[in-house]
Design a protein around this ligand. Sequence first.
Ligand code: GLN
Length: 501
Amino acid sequence: MPIDFPGGFLPYAEEWEKRISAFIEWRPDAPEPADAAPDGARVPGIAGLPFAVKDNIAVKDFSLSCGSKLLEKFRSPYSATVVRRLEAAGARVIGKTNLDEFGMGSSTDNSALGRTNNPWDTGRVPGGSSGGSAAAVAAGIVPFALGTDTGGSVRQPAAFCGVVGLKPTYGAVSRYGLVAYASSLESAGVLADTVERCRAVFSVIRGPDPLDETSHGAPAAAPPLYPDAGTGRPAAPGGRIGVLSPEAVARALAAAAKDAGGEGGALEAAAQASVLEEETRRGFELAKTRLSGLGYTLVEVEIPSLKYGVPAYYTIATAEASANLARFDSIRYGARPGYAENPDELVDKAREAGFGAEVKLRILLGTFVLRSGFQDRYYLRAQRIRQGIRRGFEALLGDGEYREKAGLDAILMPVFPSRAFGRGPSSLSAFAQKAADLYTCCANLAGLPSLSFPASVEGGLPVGVQILGRACAEGTLLDIAEAYEKKYPFPHPGGYRAFWS
Ligand code: GLN
């Protein structure tokens, strides 16, 4: 069944798109997919709705550029499992969205195919790397969109644009049809206008997939996704939430910089970059006050090993990226140079012209940390830090090997130290952007689910917070965010109209 666009929607969407350029490919008139839902299989909250897909997730016959010149003309011959499941539930893809090249970045400005603007202030970035998806949802062009989150790429743009962003438990959603950046950290994620919609989309895309060996279903003991669907914990507020205070994190980083003596310069700079700007701190404090007002008990927590989260993340992510991106040789597909003497030169020239600076930097870094004889010094050390961080969260949450312990229901954290930043002089340096991944990348290192939602609007821009939970406890996180949203409805940028109920 074709999508029924409400009167006035297409001009509304096109007007917004002129201002924000969220899409790499915009095709509201795309033909019905072959496995569209028969009427009986249509899922409420999903069926009959359009959605957008980040351009590193495969949709048959659509672009799959990954924001890269190398793949600019490539069209996907098949669809990712997440896309097929949504189509089978009655939803329809109307476009592919802009991203930082291969998902590497925090602003979407690392795309080789254009810039996307933040719907709240078009002089600012939408965040990244799923910036196009977040901007399209925030502007009301689509009620939900798919993104990928390797180190924060769903949650951070969600926070910058004032929408809901879910990074599921590692393996809870199939990665078949995602163009891999760092496979052990990555998850397909949901950007949505409301918590209820986010839950519905997650309920459709999750679950094991024979095409992805790392995918799995939720164990029977996991809290039910829908509170009334089982006997698990009640949806009503009353849980215990740990608060990871940004001050404690900054203190830990500063202490580490001191310990490192003359070699602590980068840690020192990272400590500064992780301090929250005034408005973000206000939003975070407000979220705490509101959550306790809703009946949650808040307790301060600390995870000392978090101070090494960013170096561990960038070591592992670049190592995996250098291996994953080796496939782009422009032999079977991808942009080719006009002339090459021999196949080696063809590959060299294609990669030289096809990849942007950030992608090349990360391939080099990854090759460096993996070079023979040095793995113990970088890669294996990063893996040990990763285990430490995971255990730190599990000890607090009573998960994994700490399952016998009574744990917290969730951990509240900032998403990013600042609100959406600008371009030019008001931008963040490439180093500061990476250091600021601290609050998001630890959920990926730990493999745990995390949900970002708009806490408030400060100085005209949204501030998001995130709650991280036990493995397969997405239901608990959605319950908390839904309680918040019911009392404090999420805001929208000026000019927003709700077309999708
Ligand atoms: N900012 C992070 C990075 O640049 C996030 C990437 C992601 O989640 N895809 O790696």
